[in-house]
Write a new protein. Structure first.
Length: 364
């Protein structure tokens, strides 16, 4: 920023010499009129030009004009000083403004950095916590080989110490080493238009033949977690499916002439790998199993288990069905009654001692 000033300075000591009077005269201006002989010195008294040939008057006028010129010069000097001070003030203000502008720019830079940080944080939060629900049912074999899975060859579940030490679920599927074995699940109910992340842990003991785990999505597209003929120890594999446009994905695992262990399978919404969790409504413990099929409570030491589903309420002993409820009918293999038993209009009442027998009463 700069200050600009303009001044028009007319010296009071200037004398105009011409044969015509000056235009726009000012008070006390001198004019030497050459239109007459000899020339006459004239002075403007504010209303007219008067002859100023008297030497004393002329000296007085010149002295007055000299004084006024000095006073005017002082005024000009004062004005110059004021302008100089004003210029310094403007330069100071300009410097202050420049400093403030630098502060504003620095603040804007920090705000921009903060916005980037917030955007990055939002993105990180979005990537880390979107989804988390496992769409794969019975994804580690904790409920055995259920009808959620379609398999061929030799497939079983394993909860050995090695599996427990290397998996989150403490259980896995084992595809056997005799001929070829496959394990497949059709996953439905996905929300289209988003990303999904798939992960699993696996181990292969024998080399030479192909083993792979893949997803089929968007019709005929395939994505492989692994596809190898080599052996490998417990390893976590994962990948992201972007822009899923089909609500159905097929999980397919293939193994041939090797022991392949597969566990902690998880398909979740988002693009960040999640720690394994079972599917919704799945609770699997050693003696209680709850999932979309129903509830099963078992006791390994007594070989008993009770099953409650939407089609069955039954009790088993040594895998033999002992009782079941079917609509309005109860079926049982053996029944022990302490006290009275009423069947329709017939009541059976035991006597105090077994030797006295049983009273049979017909009810009205």
């Amino acid at each position: 920023m700069r200050a600009v000033a303009q001044f028009t300075i007319t010296s009071l000591c200037d004398v105009t010499t011409s044969d015509t009077a000056p235009e726009n005269p000012y008070m006390g201006q001198l004019w030497v009129n050459t239109n007459v002989t000899p020339p006459e010195t004239m002075i403007w008294n504010g209303s007219a030009w008067v002859v100023q040939n008297n030497l004393e008057n002329l000296r007085t006028t010149v002295s007055t004009l000299t004084t006024k010129s000095a006073e005017f010069q002082q005024s000009v000097d004062g004005l110059n000083s004021y302008v100089s001070n004003l210029t310094q003030t403007v330069e100071t203000v300009s410097g202050d403004l420049t400093e403030e502008q630098q502060k504003v720019l620095a603040a804007e830079g920090r705000i921009s950095e903060l916005e980037h940080t917030v955007d990055g944080l939002s993105l990180a939060v979005e990537r880390q916590y979107v989804g988390g629900i496992n769409f794969i049912k019975n994804s580690a074999g904790l409920n055995g080989i259920t009808d959620d899975w379609i398999y061929t060859g030799t497939v079983e579940t394993d909860a050995s110490t090695d599996v427990q030490n290397n998996t989150t679920s403490d259980s896995c599927f084992k595809l056997g080493s005799t001929s070829a074995s496959t394990l497949k699940q059709v996953i439905t109910g996905l929300v289209t238009g988003g990303s999904y992340v798939f992960s699993l842990r696996a181990k292969k003991t024998t080399a030479g033949y192909s083993s792979y785990a893949r997803l089929q999505y968007n019709g005929s597209k395939y994505a492989y977690a692994f596809n190898t003929t080599s052996t490998f120890g417990w390893t976590e594999y994962s990948f992201v499916l972007d822009d899923v446009q089909d609500s159905t994905i097929t999980l397919y695992i293939y193994n041939r002439y090797a022991d392949l262990y597969v566990s902690d399978m998880m398909l979740a919404e988002g693009n960040a790998v999640h720690k394994w969790t079972p599917a919704p409504n799945e609770i699997y413990t050693e003696e209680v199993k709850i999932d979309h099929r129903g509830i099963e409570v078992s006791n390994a030491s007594s070989s008993q288990r009770t099953v409650i589903t939407n089609t069955e309420f039954s009790g088993y002993y040594n895998e033999e069905k002992i009782f079941t409820l079917n609509k309005d009918e109860t079926q049982t293999k053996k029944t022990t009654v302490d006290g009275e038993l009423t069947v329709g209009k017939t009541k059976f009442v035991p006597m105090p001692t077994a030797s006295e027998g049983l009273n049979i009463v017909i009810l009205d």
